[in-house]
Write a protein that binds this ligand. Sequence first.
Ligand code: AHR
Length: 337
Amino acid sequence: MFSTKKARTRLTGVLAGAAVFALAACSSGGGSDDDTADAGGNGGGDDVISIGFSQVGAESGWRAANTKSIQDTLTAENGFDLSFSDAQQKQENQIQAIRSYIAQGVDVIAFSPVVESGWDAVLEEAKDAGIPVILTDRAVDSEDESLYESFIGSDFVLEGETAGEWVSENLATEPINVVELQGTTGAAPAIDRKAGFEEATSDNPNVTIIDSQTGNFTRSEGKTVMEGFLQAHDDIDLVYAHNDDMGLGAIEAIEAAGLVPGEDIKIVTVDAVKDGMQALADGKINFIVECNPLLGPDLAEIAKKVVAGEEVEKRIVVEDQSFTQEQAVEALPTREY
Ligand code: AHR
């Protein structure tokens, strides 16, 4: 019953707007005048679309797959001139990159916000410059939705709920103590996966979250935090990790403590990247909720529409699945990432 979470849905429709189109069309000419790069066509337009993309960092296997999807899709052959920057998980680096894309006069800015808050000022600057912004992967908490055209990404609350429902039904038929490895503090997936899990387990008195700390979505910090959990508690039944990498770090810590991951301490994670799926198939992880990182094609499609002044959806929810150990064994041979 957990195998298919949600088909891709397109929610509230909005107009990109004639004003945005007029301004974007102006900047299109300034962004690139390299007609040779337009050989693959850009969906009917004559100009190459210059796009500045500010990536969160390279913190996880998920992020590596997401970066590859974006770089493989926003190519000259497909009608794009991509400027890509890696913010190393620092908001100030992303703000700096966005300001530099504004100064360059790119046609479109896209970014995956490292944290939810603190974007209004720089988004206002992009809006004043007439440059449309597309959010990928992670949300911002701006109340003014006119500051961006569209947000493409998974439903992180639903991911947390799916993890919590599986735990509640499959493990918490007796009392269990849970430790939680949270993602980056202030990041949408950390906030939402925590909330979704808590909501889904709140009506099961057998589930007790005895500790919860950030591992910053990295394998090394996941391992360090898990070592601390193991020193502080001798009664851990389950690790709920907000991504595979932290779960994989936890496996290292559990094995180093002489325990068997997946048996002595159960593990549930989010992402379903290859390393995580391998650990699931090997019995070291017990359940994974997928977060699909292949956002490049949707980003390309929305960017083309925005530049062409077409209507785009304000929120595009990407399709995800979830995997048991048996399903991981079946899925691994053809897994794309
Ligand atoms: O925003 C998506 C999350 O960011 C992924 O789940 C995690 O692995 C990454 O660091």
